[in-house]
Write a protein that binds this ligand. Structure first.
Ligand code: EPU
Length: 425
């Protein structure tokens, strides 16, 4: 199993450019099934989850061509109905995103339950109820078995603003008869990206960016070219890392307009980048100090559906909090397994109290020391790398495939900033 050796305590400075957003890449790849024409993607990150998704699609007969390192063309003209490969589906959460487009294209689907990060219950009721509202029938045996005769244009009330749930319903409803309205839809930048691609393919979606998406059904969709947005999880990770690592780090080609709530939340930890157009710079030589609530009370950082602070950026903020002077409560409202990695930070010297599966208290700033660790999921893995980079001594992080599933070329990006990191296969 591949691992990173990281010699911590070196100043990091320089420039880094984020890759494309994983969570936009995955649903937009599935959209290729809605047309026989080629769909071309720019800024497509060649990360583990994308490669596995391409393998699943290729197994269905989709033609997969990498035109350049980050330019991919998919063409589903020769796609044939079959059960998607269960072993591949079990590797990624995003395989659940085949439900909508397979029902839209073939009128039926049989899909193994998805895999992916083990960070909580990860219910699929929102997908299920929405597909049934649009006229589908679904059964759960070992797999999900579904069919749909007519995709009904109707009002769909999502149980919760599930990201992949909204994406699945969009990928089905674009071909509905009449008009479908998704209420309580997710509105993350990756959902916006998917809507924009679908509209470029000929769909008629309005309300994009809001939690009420109106979809006038169309009969056919055509090919398109789409540029994936910069990964704001990666931007957020580098903002946190750069703020703790002694030097100046500039993150190029970000989308500051997507990051309002992220920046407001990170400011609570003392992380305040200077923004110059699309570029953000943090100065890690300035000590981080946590902001207190009015009256000097201990503040809380909590995650929530967009536009609230994203759950995927909780773990990197927790590492930053270990290096920020003061006390903060972190309240992870969404996943019940995401906080457990903090035992590894405690092992490194962080002063953290794990109150329950959803809440921790971090008391900073603590000196961190190297440790041997294993990456439990993609975001926690990145956080452990960051902790190792600011710790004294050499850490070893096993199971880094978890990180590489979501962060493209992370070793080289860190090396560019001066990190002493080596990969052992
Ligand atoms: N949830 C709430 N309240 C809500 C909405 C959701 O508690 O209002 C809970 C759900 O019950 C669920 C969890 O939050 O347990 C996540 O819900 P969702 O269905 O939105 O998650 P998902 O669609 O399965 C996607 C991303 C995840 C990301 C979540 C939340 C993809 C492929 N995955 O998952 O990404 O954490 O949305 O933003 O898009 C990652 O990139 O590391 C990752 C896990």
């Amino acid at each position: 199993m591949a691992k990173f050796h990281i010699e911590g305590g070196h100043k990091l400075s320089g420039t880094v450019t984020p890759s494309g957003n994983k969570n936009e890449a995955l649903p937009t790849l599935m959209a290729c099934l809605l047309t026989d024409d080629p769909v071309t993607y720019r800024r497509m990150p060649k990360i583990g989850d994308v490669v596995t998704t391409c393998d699943v699609l290729a197994d269905l007969g989709v033609d997969v061509t990498w035109q350049a390192d980050d330019v991919l063309t998919l063409c589903a003209r020769n796609a044939k109905y079959k059960k998607p490969n269960p072993d591949l589906c079990a590797k990624i959460r995003a395989s659940i995103l085949l439900l909508g487009p397979m029902l839209a294209r073939f009128g039926r689907v049989e899909l193994a339950l998805p895999g992916g990060d083990v960070i909580g219950a990860r219910r699929i009721d929102t997908h299920w109820e929405g597909i049934e509202a649009l006229g589908g029938t679904l059964k759960l045996n070992q797999s999900i078995v579904g069919e749909i005769k007519t995709i009904k244009g109707t009002d769909v009330y999502l149980d919760e603003p599930s990201v992949t749930g909204t994406e699945n319903l969009l990928l089905l409803a674009v071909k509905c008869q009449g008009t479908a309205i998704l209420h309580n839809a997710a509105c993350e930048p990756h959902v916006v990206g998917l809507c924009n691609l679908l509209n470029a393919m000929g769909a008629k979606i309005s309300g994009i960016g809001s939690n009420r998406l109106v979809i006038e059904g169309v009969k056919t969709l055509k090919g398109a070219t789409h540029t994936i947005g910069p990964d704001f999880m990666e931007v957020g990770s580098f903002l946190c890392l750069g703020s703790m690592a002694g030097g100046k780090v500039t993150i190029k080609d970000t989308r500051p307009e997507d990051m309002g709530f992220v920046l407001k939340t990170l400011a609570r930890l003392g992380i305040v980048p200077t923004i110059d157009g699309l570029h953000m710079t943090v100065d890690g030589s300035k000590p981080l100090v946590m902001k207190k609530d009015i009256g000097g009370r201990i503040g809380t950082i909590y995650s929530g559906p967009w536009p609230a602070y994203p759950t995927d950026l909780m773990s990197v903020a927790i590492v930053a909090a270990t290096q920020s002077l003061g006390t903060t409560i972190f309240f992870e409202k969404m996943f019940e397994g995401r906080m457990f990695f903090t035992d590894k930070l405690m092992q490194m010297g962080a002063n953290i109290v794990l109150c329950d599966p959803h809440r921790i208290v971090v008391n900073g700033a603590s000196k961190l020391f190297a440790a041997r660790m294993s990456s439990p999921d993609v975001r926690a893995g990145m956080s452990l790398i960051m902790a190792a980079l600011v710790a004294e001594g050499t850490s070893v992080i096993d199971n880094i495939y978890q990180v590489e599933r979501g962060y493209f070329n992370i070793e080289n990006k860190l090396k560019q900033l001066g990190a002493k990191i080596t990969r052992e296969d």
